[in-house]
Design a protein. Structure first.
Length: 137
């Protein structure tokens, strides 16, 4: 019987689309619920905070991780295809030439480490160094 009553109350609440919020204190008194604070967006979500050169470096990092199953034997064709593929899906303006150069540098430096499975942390460090050198000229 309790389940039926609970189901009826739940369906009545769902049908109205609103549920009254009541805060119950430790002593059993009821009061209004605290107001929910909503954060205002700091920046427009459509706007990137990085310049096109930096976005090209990030694109190189993403393309390397997507297209490299074995860090010892990276495929240049797969890497450049991944740069073009991911670049076509990006909304923000990026420097495609920087991305193509960056993906090659990431592949060469990680190939020299001898690791087989590409590690995201090592790829990130190489990409970060590349972005600093390339974009701060």
């Amino acid at each position: 019987m309790r389940k039926v009553i609970f189901a009826l109350m739940l369906s009545a609440t769902a049908a109205t689309g609103q549920a009254a919020c009541v805060r119950i204190a430790a002593d059993g008194t009821e009061g209004p619920c605290p107001v929910q604070v909503q954060r205002e967006p700091v920046a427009n979500p459509q706007q990137a905070s990085a310049n096109p050169c930096e976005l090209g470096g990030k694109l190189a990092y993403d393309a390397y991780l997507l297209a490299t199953p074995d860090a010892m034997w990276p495929s240049a064709n797969r890497l450049h295809y991944a740069v073009d593929y991911l670049g076509d899906m990006m909304v923000a303006k990026h420097d495609r030439a920087v991305a193509h150069k960056g993906v090659e540098i990431i592949a060469i430096k990680l190939q020299a480490t001898g690791m087989r499975k590409p590690w995201e942390g090592a790829a990130y460090e190489v990409a970060r160094e590349f972005i600093v050198k390339e974009c701060n000229k």
